[in-house]
Design a protein around this ligand. Structure first.
Ligand code: J2J
Length: 538
């Protein structure tokens, strides 16, 4: 077992195995099995490229052998920062085969995030996109390498030369590798968490195959399904709910979208006869607006999953009439637990709840501040444990002591209630996270960076309601001397290497931050204050 991970207790693991939830399968072997059965079928589509299962399987084998030439071996961690391209999938399966562990990064991540990911995971390699959306990731990579002692090799998607190896050169005669232990980490997801430095989540082969198989079965996925990956592949929602892996396990086809724009996605839906896709609410809203005037025939769509942020009922109500397909609400987290409405659920359940847990072995508790279960139907914090929910963040002993109960429940920080029928409704959260569109922003992380700006004495970051994104960020600052402009603040954070989506949308200045009777910054009071104040123009 990978040092720094927390295993499930032995008797619990035995129960999951006996129940057939953990089957001892590795993700690499899953692709092999499907390729043997549906070799000629199309696994991936990207623009004009169509890649069959046999081709994907073969590419993963050759790439796995190729990676060993650069010294990458079983157990090594490799940061993967790629857009939605077939190479993302091939690199991951190559690493799975090898027993090496992909660490998923967002393409928006910069030196702060990538540097942290490299250091905390001890990554030996970093796979980057080259120049992407006008940003040169090679410069970032060299910068990161100087502060990450374990990082040895850089691979890039587009021909670079020098010290950055072109991914196409990662190619060698296939060879056999020892199967990784299915109860070990297959890859790392990044938490949308609350801490100043983001935590990473080891997802095991056993737990993830359990999740994708169950999610595929809930959606009735089959070889005739075509999944459109609109959101970034590294998002747990897109990767495995059932997403990319669930579609591949079912022998279906995954279509990779470069951007979530309605124009491009509608054209792909028509051309590839897409049946399933997953969206965050803000993108669903854009699609609804576009569909009102578009004459694209979207009738191949059977389900649109929406999750990642609260879906307003008014938006939920328009999905079926406008897009002509079923809506499935999904509440999920990179840490594990998924709840989903089921196909054919009553309208009120689909429109007004986030559904029921994915697995019968998912355990949930809803507790008050005293950690006792609230009365039926009351709102409280959601605690959960189960066959695909982590038991501990990676290398985070101190944080794990507060993020989990002694008996292994993960404290989600989400405020929820259960309806009389047992469907979950998300009511808010107690964790200090802003959910901007589908992006999760840790207030503490941004506050730490704001405090690095000259003259800033105190900083508090809050989410303020926004019609389109759900929430936007607002920074309240106490400063000495002149007030910096929002533009200057954003520039400074960007220069520190913080991803763009974390930069505040608005800044306000106060003489003192309000505090609660316990002496903590009173963020509720700030939200009320923000509501009265007028937004600063960037
Ligand atoms: C309200 N809040 C939600 C929802 C997630 C599937 C779907 C989403 C994620 C995801 C995921 C929400 N309504 N429907 O990993 O596999 C908020 C909660 C939650 C946090 C987790 C998946 N769906 N949320 O969003 O790790 O606050 O996962 O704890 O990015 O998003 O964020 P993340």
């Amino acid at each position: 077992m990978l040092e720094g991970s927390t295993p499930w207790p032995a008797e619990v693991a035995r129960r999951y195995r006996t129940a057939g939830l953990w089957r001892g399968e590795t993700l690499g072997a899953l692709l092999r099995t499907v390729a043997a059965e549906h070799g000629e079928s199309t696994a991936l589509v990207h623009g004009d490229r169509r890649i069959s299962y046999l081709e994907l399987d073969g590419r993963a084998d050759r790439m796995a052998a190729g990676f060993t030439r650069y010294g990458i071996t079983s157990g090594d961690r490799v940061v993967v920062q790629l857009p939605n391209v077939p190479e993302f999938v091939a690199v991951c399966f190559a690493l799975f085969r090898l027993g090496a562990i992909p660490v998923f990064a967002l393409t928006a991540h910069r030196s702060q995030e990538i540097g942290h990911l490299c250091r905390i995971t001890g990554a030996v390699a970093y796979v980057l996109p080259g120049v992407h959306r006008g940003f040169d990731h090679r410069v970032l990579a060299r910068q990161v390498r100087s502060g990450a002692p374990t990082l040895r090799v850089l691979f890039s998607l587009s021909g670079q030369g020098g010290d950055v190896i072109d991914l196409s050169a990662v190619d060698a005669e296939p060879r056999e590798f020892a199967e990784p232990d299915p109860s070990d980490a297959a890859f790392f997801l990044l938490s949308g968490g609350t801490t100043a430095l983001p935590k990473v989540i080891p997802r095991t082969h056993d737990d993830y195959t359990c999740q994708v198989r169950a999610a595929s079965s809930v959606l009735g996925m089959s070889t005739s399904d075509v999944y459109l990956a609109v959101l970034p592949l590294e998002f747990n929602f897109t990767w495995g709910c059932p997403g990319v892996i669930g579609t591949l396990v079912s022998g279906g086809t995954v279509v990779l979208a470069d951007a979530p724009t309605a124009d491009d996605c509608f054209a792909m839906i028509v051309r590839e006869q897409v049946t399933v896709t997953s969206l965050v609410p803000s993108i669903a809203q854009l699609w609804l607006e576009a569909a009102e005037w578009s004459d694209a025939d979207l009738s191949s769509l059977r389900v649109v999953q929406i999750g990642g942020a609260k879906l307003q009922r008014s938006v939920a109500e328009r999905i079926t009439p406008v897009l002509g397909c079923e809506l499935q609400q999904v509440f999920g987290m990179a840490e594990g637990l998924l709840t989903l409405t089921r196909l054919g659920d009553p309208t009120d359940v689909v429109l007004g709840t986030q559904g029921r847990p994915l697995s019968e072995e998912d355990e949930i508790r809803i507790v008050g501040p005293d950690d006792r279960d609230v009365a039926a139907g009351e709102v409280g914090e959601l605690l959960t444990r189960g066959p695909y929910t982590l038991r501990g963040y990676y290398r985070a002993t101190e944080h794990n002591a507060i993020a989990f109960t002694e008996d292994g429940y993960y404290r989600s920080g989400d405020l929820v209630r259960l309806t009389a029928d047992g469907d979950l409704v998300v009511e808010g959260r107690i964790k200090d996270v802003v959910i901007r569109g589908g992006d999760k922003i840790s207030a503490a992380e941004v506050e730490g960076h704001l405090l690095g700006y000259p003259g800033v004495l105190r900083a508090a970051v809050i989410g303020v309601p926004d019609d389109f994104l759900g929430e936007r960020t607002c920074a309240y600052l106490v400063v000495t001397g002149e007030h910096p402009s929002l533009h200057d603040l954003k520039g400074a954070l960007r220069d520190r290497g913080l991803a763009d989506y974390k930069l505040p949308d608005r800044v306000e200045f106060v003489d003192e931050l309000p505090v609660t009777p316990l002496g903590k910054v009173d963020k509720k009071a700030l939200v009320l204050l923000a509501d009265q104040g007028r937004p600063t123009v960037a």
